[in-house]
Design a protein around this ligand. Sequence first.
Ligand code: GRF
Length: 203
Amino acid sequence: RRVVVLISGNGSNLQALIDAQSFDELGGEIVAVISNKADAHGLQRARDAGIDAVVLPHDEYESRDAFDGALIKVIERHEPDLVVLAGFMRILTPRFVHRFHGRLLNIHPSLLPAYRGLDTHKRVLADGGEEHGASVHFVTEELDGGPVVMQAALKIRPGDSEESVVERIHAREHLIYPIAVRWFLEGRLQLGPDGPTLDGMAL
Ligand code: GRF
């Protein structure tokens, strides 16, 4: 089973997926990594693992739709069973989301449906929130609004800073994302008409 990963930056989640693959724990193979930014460190992580690393700079396209059209083409060339967003910082058009419906996963640094969008850590801390976390979800047209398949939570501690929270969120992301991807690739996790199922049971 074939996976294409989309990134924009550091790619620590990509690394977690690469590591899982190297232990034969991913349930498939990452066949390409695509970044909309040429300087994304994750591209190097891909190359180091012998994975095809592709740069598709969004600013070379005149519209979001033109970029997404090009992105769809590059992705489809790799014939993926699953497309994984791992720190891909672009809003995708409905056309893109429909094209990969049911085989498009994202990881978001909050306990969805709380704190959709950007700057989640800052907002949780500013609100004096007691709990925070990360969510893996299927992508739908609604930004960070698709059905959640897995979450990891953490308690905010007195003295926590954005930095300390990011570190603990990342540790959790790196645990849960490879598991969700594996479930999908093994055919256990699916997006049915009534929402996600695991081994045929509603999540
Ligand atoms: C992660 O926190 C993820 O939840 C969010 O973007 C960040 C990407 O980090 N979507 P990395 O590039 O995987 O290190």
